[in-house]
Ligand binder design. Structure first.
Ligand SMILES: C[S@@+](CC[C@H](N)C(=O)[O-])C[C@H]1O[C@@H](n2cnc3c(N)ncnc32)[C@H](O)[C@@H]1O
Length: 254
């Protein structure tokens, strides 16, 4: 597994920087609900709930949600945001923690990419034993290695986010790299947040993300007892092997 401490450090600023893509998050929810509905799924395990981007709206829609994350800081924020909603929040590790049997398990926004290949397989086996046998679902997304290899990737320092919200001005720079042999993407980031009249705060970090081709993912999923039902472009529309930067995968227990 790659550096988890980044999520603890970034937690207070996660929503500011990551939840900016409202259209993408809405699309993901639409796909989740479409498949929950076709599979009669009501009990949902969100295995990397972060600050609640999926767990909270799903609970609001009446699903019975158990939300887990490795980071106590992310969980704390999710719990605060959830208020009185009935969500069972638990700290845990998707590679090993057991929460019961669910109609569907989700891990959204590249969460499995922060695991090494070996850990991804361990996580999948752990997810399989928590997915009901008959039409149990596992839905997740990750960066598409094929697209990176085909050049859908910008190297060099770039401005990733700039904005103003909750009385804070913020800006983030990214410098990314992609190792074609291992399929690991590295992102060095530097973020600045200013809430007047306080001095500007600066954060730096490095993320590593394991990317997979759809064929690689299919192979690993099969080895863990899932079959791929459908792949979507995470940003909407039809998944295109060499064009779609990220893939949203719907898998079913077999
Ligand atoms: C990019 S965030 C996604 C959060 C949320 N699903 C969203 O869409 O905003 C990835 C989350 O995965 C969590 N995570 C990373 N490794 C984990 C593990 N082994 N078990 C459980 N959670 C993990 C991190 O703490 C982080 O909150």
């Amino acid at each position: 597994m790659f550096e988890q401490s980044n999520f603890d450090n970034a937690a207070p600023y996660y929503d500011l920087f990551e939840l900016k893509s409202q259209k993408m998050y809405a699309y993901i929810l639409e796909i989740l609900e479409k498949h929950f509905s076709s599979h009669g799924a009501h009990t949902i395990l969100d295995l990397a709930c972060g600050t609640g981007a999926q767990a909270i709206p799903l609970a609001q829609k009446g699903y019975q949600v158990t939300a887990c994350d490795l980071s106590a800081s992310m969980l704390e924020i999710a719990q605060r945001k959830a208020g009185d909603l009935q969500i069972c929040f638990c700290q845990g590790d998707m590679r090993s923690s057991y929460f019961g049997s669910f109609d569907a398990v989700i891990a959204i926004f590249n969460s499995v990419g922060y695991l090494s290949r070996a850990d991804f397989l361990s996580a999948l086996k752990n997810i399989r034993r928590q997915t009901r046998n008959e039409k149990g679902l596992f839905i997740f997304d990750n960066t598409n290695r094929n697209a990176l290899a085909a050049g859908q990737f910008s190297t060099g320092r770039r401005l990733d986010t700039v904005g103003e919200a909750d009385g804070k001005k913020f800006v983030r720079f990214f410098q990314s790299d992609f190792d074609r042999v291992s399929g690991v993407m590295t992102m060095d980031w530097e973020a600045h947040v200013q809430q007047d009249p306080q001095p500007m705060e600066t954060f730096r970090g490095t993320w590593h993300r394991q990317t997979y081709t759809v064929e690689e993912m299919e192979q690993i999923l099969n080895a863990a007892g899932f079959r791929v039902l459908e792949c979507y472009d995470r940003y909407g529309g039809v998944f295109q092997k060499e064009q779609s930067f990220s893939v949203l995968v719907v898998a079913e227990a077999q």
